[in-house]
Design a protein around this ligand. Structure first.
Ligand SMILES: Cc1ncc(COP(=O)(O)O)c(C=O)c1O
Ligand SMILES: N[C@@H](CCCC[NH3+])C(=O)O
Length: 440
C-alpha cells in the first residue's frame, strides 16, 4: 500500500480520528483543520509561532501507564536523552519512574526538576570530569561503568560506596539502523561478553573498595522492533550472572535490560509488542535464573522514545512551493533524523481542509543543504500554498534533543497541550540567546 492510498486528505473526514498508531490519541481532524488536545493547530501556530514542537502531555502519561501496567514488577527508568525538559522530568518523577542521564548537563536538568537523585542512573561511554563532578555532587543512585579507565577513576573519586552497574555488550543484533545498534560486538559501548572484557570489568569493580557492584546493564539498540533480541540478551546476561557467582561467589541481584523499544513512524508500521516483551523477557530471565540456582532478579528497563515519540507533533508553515518541493520554515535543524537515519515521516496539511486532488511531493527545509529534507514522496493536496500549516507526527523523541542552530536558526519551543490549554514548556530560542554566546 502506498502512502497516497493510506492517507485521505482532511476534506471529507470531519471530526474523524486520525491514524491512531502515529498521532496522539487526542488529535482530531475537523472542518477547521487539525486539533490536538482540543486546541486548533491554527491557534497554536498563531500564538507560539512555527516551527513548534507540540507535546500532548496526557499522551505521555498514557504511554507511561501502558508501561506500568505491562511491567508492574519492573523498575522503569526514562531515558531522558529522548526529550529532556523540566516538565517532562517532573512528569516522569510523578509516575514513580527512575531516570537515565548521560552528561553533566542532563544531571543539571534532573537536578533543576528536583528529580530524586537516588532514582538516577548515569550512563556514558566517555564520562568527563564534569560528568563525574555533577553525578557525584548530586549523589546519583547508580553509575553505569563503561571502561576500565572509568572504573579506576570512579574508584578513586567516590567518597562513599558508589553503586555501579557494568555495561555489557551481549553480542546481540537488534536489527536496527547501524548508527543506533549497540548490542553487537566491535563498537564503542560496553564490555564485550564474548571477549572476556565483561568478566575483566567485574574483577576490576570488585577490586575497588569504593565501588559496590549493584547490577549489570545491556542495551541492544534503539528503534528495535522485535522482542527476540531482548530475550536472547536477557538469557546471556543471566548466564553471565551465573559465571560471576561461580568465579567470585558474588550474586548480582539486578539486571537492567536497557531501552530501545520501537515506535511506528508511519501508519501501519509494526507496534512494539510490549505485552509479549514483558512475558518473554520475564520467562527468559526466570527460567535461566532458576536453572542456574540464581535468586529472583530485580529488573530495570530504560525506554525513552516509546514514552514520548508519539505524543509529539511538529507544526511548520509552508514558505514556498516550487514544483514538487514544498519548503517549510524548519528542517534539519529541528529534525535531524531524516539526514542521520533516513527516517521517514508522514506530513499532513493541518491548518485547513482541502478537496484538491492529492499529489506526491517532497517536504524540504530552509537550510543550505540539498539533503535538508523532512519527507519524500508524501501525498499532499495540490493546493498547498505559502502560509499553510503542516503537521508532522511522531516527533516527540530525539527531535528537540537533537536540534541544532545550523544557519543561526533558533531552536523551536516545546508547547505542552492538555485539556484545551497550551503552555510553553521550553521557550523558543532567540537571536539574543545565540549572540550572547559569541564572545570573541
Ligand atoms: C543506555 C541507553 N538506555 C536507553 C536508551 C533509550 O533508547 P530508546 O529511546 O530507543 O528507548 C538509550 C538510547 O538508545 C541508551 O543508550
Ligand atoms: N537519536 C536516535 C536514538 C539514539 C538513541 C540513544 N542511545 C534516534 O533518533 O533514533
Amino acid at each position: 500500500m502506498t502512502l497516497t492510498e493510506v492517507l485521505p486528505s482532511i476534506a471529507g473526514s470531519l471530526h474523524t480520528k486520525l491514524e491512531p498508531d502515529v498521532w496522539p490519541r487526542s488529535a482530531c481532524a475537523g472542518p477547521d483543520g487539525l486539533s490536538i488536545a482540543g486546541i486548533s493547530v491554527n491557534e497554536l501556530a498563531a500564538r507560539f509561532g512555527t516551527p513548534a514542537y507540540i507535546l500532548d502531555e496526557d499522551e505521555v502519561r498514557r504511554r507511561c501507564l501502558d508501561y506500568r501496567v505491562a511491567l508492574p514488577d519492573f523498575e522503569i527508568a526514562y531515558a531522558g536523552k529522548a526529550l529532556m525538559c523540566r516538565a517532562v522530568l517532573r512528569l516522569m518523577a510523578e509516575q514513580g519512574f527512575s531516570l537515565d542521564v548521560c552528561s553533566a548537563g542532563e544531571v543539571a536538568a534532573a537536578r533543576a526538576a528536583g528529580f530524586p537523585a537516588e532514582r538516577i542512573l548515569l550512563h556514558g561511554n566517555a564520562k568527563t570530569s564534569e560528568d563525574w563532578k555533577a553525578a557525584l555532587g548530586y549523589q546519583v543512585g547508580r553509575i553505569v561503568v563503561d571502561s576500565l579507565d572509568e572504573i579506576q577513576q570512579l574508584g578513586s573519586l567516590a567518597r562513599y560506596p558508589q553503586r555501579v552497574l557494568i555495561r555489557v555488550t551481549p553480542g546481540v543484533d537488534g536489527h536496527t539502523h547501524k548508527a543506533i545498534a549497540t548490542g553487537v560486538e566491535d563498537q564503542k559501548f560496553g564490555f564485550s561478553l564474548r571477549s572476556g572484557a565483561a568478566m575483566a570489568a567485574v574483577d576490576a569493580v570488585l577490586a575497588q573498595p569504593g565501588l559496590r557492584l549493584a547490577g549489570l546493564h545491556c542495551h541492544i539498540g534503539s528503534q528495535v522492533a522485535s522482542v527476540a533480541g531482548y530475550e536472547l540478551a536477557a538469557r546471556r546476561m543471566v548466564e553471565f550472572i551465573g559465571r560471576i557467582r561461580d568465579r567470585h561467589g558474588v550474586v548480582v541481584g539486578s539486571l537492567d535490560l536497557g531501552g530501545g523499544h520501537a515506535v511506528p513512524y508511519l501508519p501501519g508500521e509494526q507496534e512494539f509488542d510490549l505485552t509479549g516483551y514483558a512475558q518473554r523477557v520475564r520467562v527468559a530471565v526466570n527460567y535461566t535464573a532458576s536453572a542456574l540456582g540464581i535468586p529472583a532478579l530485580k529488573l530495570t528497563i530504560e525506554p525513552g522514545r516509546a514514552l514520548v515519540a508519539n505524543a509529539g507533533v511538529t507544526l511548520y508553515r509552508v514558505v514556498t512551493v516550487k514544483g514538487p518541493y514544498v519548503a517549510v520554515d524548519g528542517g534539519m535543524s529541528d529534525n535531524m533524523r531524516v539526514a542521520l537515519y533516513g527516517a521517514r515521516y508522514l506530513v499532513r496539511l493541518a491548518g485547513r481542509p482541502s478537496g484538491a486532488p492529492i499529489r506526491t511531493v517532497s517536504v524540504v527545509g530552509r537550510h543550505c543543504e540539498a539533503g535538508d529534507v523532512l519527507a519524500t514522496d508524501v501525498p499532499l493536496p495540490s493546493d498547498v500554498r505559502p502560509g499553510d500549516v503542516l503537521a508532522v507526527p511522531v516527533t516527540g523523541a530525539y527531535h528537540h534533543s537533537l536540534a541544532s542552530n545550523y544557519n543561526q536558526v533558533c531552536r523551536p519551543p516545546i508547547i505542552g497541550v492538555r485539556d484545551g490549554f497550551a503552555r510553553p514548556l521550553v521557550r523558543r530560542e532567540t537571536e539574543e540567546d545565540l549572540l550572547a554566546r559569541d564572545v570573541g
